[in-house]
Design a protein around this ligand. Structure first.
Ligand code: BGC
Length: 353
């Protein structure tokens, strides 16, 4: 028995013991054309996640359910059924990890994440897991750096034998005290930590200042590592997409803002996307627009127009995308009626495509 077969059997047994069916396990271990023993083609990897949905407000809440969303098996099924090929799962690991070394991630939480990742993979969806809402790291990066790297060490070890359809996104929206230069330093170290156990896994990383495209020029990535996709988040114009949100001060005043697809409205988005495309071409890095979406308080006609325009603009430039988010305030799915919100779904996945 080779070392690799031995490992696979151990992993297989672990998955079966943690409640995963043999059939689901087979799919997880073989759900990709690219075995995880070589550097994959990063552009091909990006195409695998070309149309995705964020399973937001679930596992990045302090406790799943606190923000109104508990993931269900059916969600993965309906997402796949409608033609999406990936899910991004935001995760608040920092709320489930001990404060002091030796850092340990709560095993029940890990099992819950395993369940979610396995659900996605067994349904044929690629899956991106990230570190989301690590607020203490943003407030006091120096104090939390060691813990941040330790969390990645633990995640990286845990998922090392998963298929290449699992992607690691290093950190959602670095901001506040985690400045561009600190972020470059921490990112570089996090990539080294991940590469120890996951030399061939595709990593996703984005610029400082909330993954803003305006900071792409200050993002440093290890030149030799080609297996990295660069992410940015797009919510412009904020006065439209974030009208009436509780967490953006003053956004009640934005209620009633529309997006009608006027020349000016379209043009400013086109300029933004062209700038990002130029950066992508110059740097040779593929782009993943890991979040874009509109809050439910904007009118549906405008929301659908904006969503469709953004998704198509991304696709025309070869950017993959993930809508923010599935079934909460920006949602494209009504979890009470178990129904898609058709205008938004059609904007994301045009019926003819
Ligand atoms: C945040 C969410 C927020 C969304 C839109 C995400 O990056 O994690 O909490 O709802 O952006 O503002």
């Amino acid at each position: 028995m080779t070392r690799r077969t031995g490992l696979s059997i151990v992993v297989l047994m672990m998955l079966i013991l943690t409640g995963c069916s043999k059939q689901a396990v087979d799919t997880i271990m073989s759900s990709t054309d690219d075995p995880l023993n070589d550097v994959p083609d990063v552009n091909k990897q990006n195409r695998k996640i070309s149309r995705g949905i964020n399973l937001g407000n679930a596992l990045e809440a302090p406790i799943e359910g606190e923000w109104g969303v508990i993931l269900k098996e059916d969600y993965f099924r309906v997402i796949k059924e409608k033609g999406f090929n990936s899910v991004r799962i935001p995760i608040k690991w920092s709320a489930h990890t001990t404060d002091k070394p030796p850092y340990v991630i709560d095993s029940l939480f890990f099992q819950r994440i395993d369940w979610a990742v396995n659900q996605a993979l067994s349904k044929g969806l690629s899956v991106i897991i990230n570190l989301q809402h690590y607020d203490e790291l943003m407030q006091d990066p120096v104090k939390h750096k060691e813990r941040f790297l330790a969390i990645w060490d633990l995640i990286s070890e845990h998922y090392q034998n998963y298929s290449a359809d699992l992607f690691f996104e290093v950190l959602n929206e670095p901001n506040n005290q985690l400045t561009s230069s600190l972020w470059n330093e921490y990112l570089d170290e996090a990539i080294s930590v991940i590469r120890k156990k996951n030399p061939f896994r595709t990593i996703i990383a984005g610029p400082a200042s909330w993954n803003s495209m305006d900071y792409l020029n200050s993002l440093y990535l290890p030149t030799k590592d080609k297996n990295i996709i660069v992410t940015y988040h797009y919510y412009n114009p904020m006065q439209f997409t974030h009208q009436g949100t509780a967490w953006v001060t003053g956004s009640e005043d934005w209620l009633g803002n529309t997006w009608l697809g006027t020349y000016e409205q379209m043009n400013s988005i086109i300029q933004d996307f062209d700038k990002t495309l130029l950066w992508s071409k110059l740097s040779g890095r593929p782009i993943y627009m890991g979040e874009f979406g509109t809050y439910y308080r904007a009118d549906m006609g405008s929301r659908a127009k904006w969503t469709s325009f953004i998704a198509r603009q991304a696709e025309q430039r070869g950017f993959s995308w993930a809508y923010w988010e599935f079934c909460a305030g920006f949602g494209v799915y009504d979890p009470v009626k178990n129904e898609w919100i058709e205008p938004l779904l059609n904007a994301l996945i045009p019926p003819a495509s």
